[in-house]
Ligand binder design. Structure first.
Ligand code: CDP
Length: 156
């Protein structure tokens, strides 16, 4: 880049232009089929064990969010997926990491392409109907998405 552009890029006002202020992303999957959504029950940390979440995980350096989510879903559920559009708001994860990094949690609509989902890293996985989702013990961060998920489940 020319020097003038480098100066602009190192200006902190520029930071907001290249995605979330350098926040690391955690990508989570809304896998919806026949009006139900696939949720996974966490085993760790202690305060989240037993609670249900949209499966997913941290985007590694050099990965695109969609690549990361495809990898996580292969690792966690043993399935091949196609990552679709975003759903719901960004959720700020204050202190999600062991480091001082900021994390932002984002959900994506995801289609199953191949494989039968298995709980390879979770206690259990289960399909939830709209009524069951509304009643589910979700991890706190995912609760904000319920209305958006329900809307999408009713369209599928
Ligand atoms: O396995 P990895 O470390 O990549 O990810 P994780 O531990 O499953 O998730 C990273 C952070 O995002 C943790 O703080 C999770 O609690 C949070 N998370 C969440 O709040 N909701 C999800 N659906 C998935 C992750």
């Amino acid at each position: 880049y020319p020097t003038s552009v480098q100066a602009a890029m190192s200006d902190e006002r520029f930071a907001g232009h290249e995605g979330e202020d350098h926040a690391q992303e955690v990508a989570a999957a809304a896998i919806i089929s026949a009006g139900s959504i696939l949720l996974a029950q966490r085993t760790y940390p202690e305060e989240l064990a037993g609670l249900w979440e949209l499966p997913g995980g941290k985007v590694h350096d050099g990965e695109l969010p969609a690549e990361a989510l495809r990898r996580e879903l292969e690792e966690e559920l043993g399935v091949t997926t196609a990552i679709g559009p975003r759903i719901g708001v960004d959720v700020d994860l204050a202190g999600a990491g062991s480091d001082s990094e900021r994390y932002v949690l984002r959900a994506y609509l995801v289609q199953l392409i191949a494989g039968e989902p298995q709980p390879l890293e979770h206690a259990e996985i289960r399909w939830f109907t709209v009524a069951e989702l509304r009643d589910a013990d979700l991890v706190p961060n995912d609760r904000v998405w319920v209305d958006d998920l329900v809307r999408s489940m009713r369209e599928h």
